[in-house]
Design a protein around this ligand. Structure first.
Ligand SMILES: [Zn+2]
Length: 599
């Protein structure tokens, strides 16, 4: 039997006709009308004064959740249009229309939040006990808490208004500055003018001279503009710290921890366990240096390939491999993925004008997902496909849950995806057809641990220290370089022969204004999903049902409660994190022993 899964996704079943779709136009017009109706309901809504108001609150929440679904449906669809064809100008126009609808929705949502926060404490407790609201206890308490952490409605709306130019504007300036940079690097004997993104991609080039030159050329560009980047970074941090100060928040970690629904103790336990277990990864870095014929590994060689991965998989073969491995874990995951392949939920074709990277997006009204990536046949493409299918499965697992209870945070967002990726990556290592292949696949896994335990740790250390110093005034570029070097030496536990002092200028994540501390949730998600994976191996196929129950709870409890309820684990303790790290250590050790004959 030969199956042939489509490599191009089917968007027409959602709205026929792409960016010219009449149905989409109608949907957007409906959204605008519905939004005015919703805004009116919000204006008329009064602060609840007795438990009898529960139904009124529930009705408004229902209206809000329908509005959210309606907006996400078109927003996600338009996102797909822009990704599949970066030249689709009509889609870009629709996108800005969709963003402004979302901004209006956001204003009304804040008003609801504020009104609920004004409810008397005794009335509040009674309200949540009423049947129509009981299911939303966690989310409603969270909204109320959030509103209480903020300043008055008037002050907050002033901050929001000023942040457009005074805060987010700096982040846009950063993008412009980076967009202006071009460097010339000699690739295959020819000088090539490259953007920052293109030059960054050379970090995994097989030619050592190319890696070194692209790094050095970029470093020169960062040095050249370092005062501009320092000004930008200081302004973003300054705005954030001043806002925190006015709200009475002393700890710069308060907001990111709140967003990720986790305690500082948990974060400390995670980094503590990682810091204690860096030695095997330092040994890996040293081994890699030797494999590259060097005495110690330089920053620009961290991503270098040590062997060439030759195994290629057609898209159909990749799909079959994923389905087979998913099937070993559980029938629901396999059937779900099969359906995604068959029904054209996946855009994988390798063709021009597609946006780089991969994503998974949910279309709540049709209860479907769409996956975007560019498949060119490597094992790492197969793993990416599994990763995105994992995200889609998370959305699928949440179907029985009310849409207000589906907003999970970044730290647990990567659980289902990393989990699915792990199933496939592990099987790939086991199925490797040659020693060379096995080394390449193992290295891929160890590289991820190095990124999460060392690189991201150094970003976290840098950012916390920078924020502390920024409280006392502007931190000049020279000091930012020192802080970065120090953080890298510590993050990589001295495992590198050279550091990257201007990394703070080169990394976009430090300049994202919508999400503070865009680093530790990645490491959390990676280790958390490893521990779920370890449990799955222990329990076999029977684990699937428990796994789906965990996914269903990802948006209605704290990270600590989620782990306790579904894994029986206390994540405020280092012992929990050490179990996941131990699995990664095994990979590093296996890599060292497999390559020991070659050094
Ligand atoms: Zn992901």
């Amino acid at each position: 039997m030969t199956v042939n899964y489509p490599e191009v996704w089917d968007l027409d079943t959602l709205f026929p006709g792409g960016s010219e779709s009449q149905e989409l136009r109608q949907h957007m017009d409906d959204a605008a009308t519905k939004l005015s109706g919703f805004e009116e309901s919000v204006q008329q809504f009064e602060v609840p004064s007795a438990k009898e108001d529960a139904q009124k609150v529930a009705d408004l929440l229902e209206q809000m959740s329908l509005m959210m679904k309606h907006l996400s449906q078109s927003g996600a669809f338009i996102g797909c249009l822009m990704a599949q064809n970066t030249q689709d100008k009509k889609a870009a126009i629709l996108d800005s229309e969709s963003s402004s609808l979302s901004a209006c929705f956001q204003n009304s949502f804040q008003k609801i939040q504020q009104d609920l926060a004004k409810t008397e404490e005794s009335v509040w407790a009674e309200l949540l006990n009423e049947e129509p609201l009981r299911d939303f206890t966690f989310v409603l308490n969270e909204w109320r808490e959030e509103a209480k952490m903020l300043l008055s409605e008037k002050e907050e709306s002033l901050i929001t208004a000023l942040s457009v130019d005074g805060y987010h504007g700096w982040s846009q300036l950063y993008d412009m500055l980076v967009g202006e940079i071009n460097v010339t690097v000699t690739v295959d004997g020819e000088p090539k003018t490259l953007s920052v993104g293109q030059a960054n991609n050379l970090s995994s080039h097989k030619d050592a001279a190319v890696r070194k030159e692209s790094y050095e050329k970029l470093e020169e560009a960062w040095i050249d503009k370092e005062e501009f980047f320092a000004k930008t970074l200081n302004s973003i941090a300054g705005f954030r710290l001043e806002t925190y100060k006015k709200r009475g928040w002393d700890n710069p970690l308060q907001e990111p921890l709140h967003i990720n629904r986790m305690k500082e103790e948990t974060l400390d336990a995670m980094w503590g366990a990682i810091s204690k277990n860096k030695q095997p990864f330092v040994a890996y870095l040293n081994q890699k240096g030797k494999l590259l014929g060097k005495d110690g590994l330089d920053w620009y060689d961290v991503d270098a390939p040590v062997t060439e991965s030759t195994q290629q998989f057609s898209y159909q073969e990749g799909a079959e491999f994923i389905l087979k491995q998913f099937g070993k874990f559980g029938p629901e995951l396999e059937q779900f993925a099969q359906q995604a392949f068959e029904k054209g939920w996946i855009e994988a074709e390798d063709r021009p004008n597609k946006r780089p990277g991969g994503f998974c997006t949910g279309l709540p009204l049709s209860e479907e997902s769409r996956i975007f990536m560019t498949y060119s046949g490597s094992m790492s493409n197969v793993a990416t496909l599994a990763h995105e299918l994992g995200h889609a499965f998370h959305t699928y697992a949440l179907r029985p849950v009310h849409s207000l209870n589906r907003s999970y945070a970044m730290n647990v967002a990567e659980t289902a995806s990393t989990f699915a990726e792990m199933i496939v990556a592990d099987a790939a290592v086991k199925n490797a057809q040659s020693k060379e292949e096995k080394i390449a696949l193992l290295e891929d896994k160890v590289q991820r641990s190095v990124a999460f335990f060392m690189n991201i740790h150094s970003r976290f250390l840098f950012e916390t220290r920078f924020y502390e110093e920024r409280k006392n005034g502007v931190v000049p570029a020279s000091r930012l370089n020192e802080l970065m070097e120090q953080a890298q030496k510590e993050g990589f536990a001295g495992g590198l022969a050279s550091t990257h002092p201007h990394f703070w200028a080169s990394k976009l994540h430090f300049y994202i204004t919508y999400v503070p501390f865009y680093n530790f949730p990645y490491t959390f998600g990676y280790l958390f999903s490893l521990s779920v994976y370890a449990k799955a191996i222990e329990e076999g196929t029977g684990f699937e049902e428990k796994y789906m129950a965990l996914l269903r709870d990802t948006a209605v409890m704290s990270a600590e409660d989620l782990a306790m309820k579904h894994l029986g684990e206390d994540i405020t303790q280092q012992a929990f994190w050490e179990k996941g790290i131990a699995l990664c250590v095994q990979d590093a050790e296996e890599f060292i022993s497999l390559t020991s004959a070659e050094v």
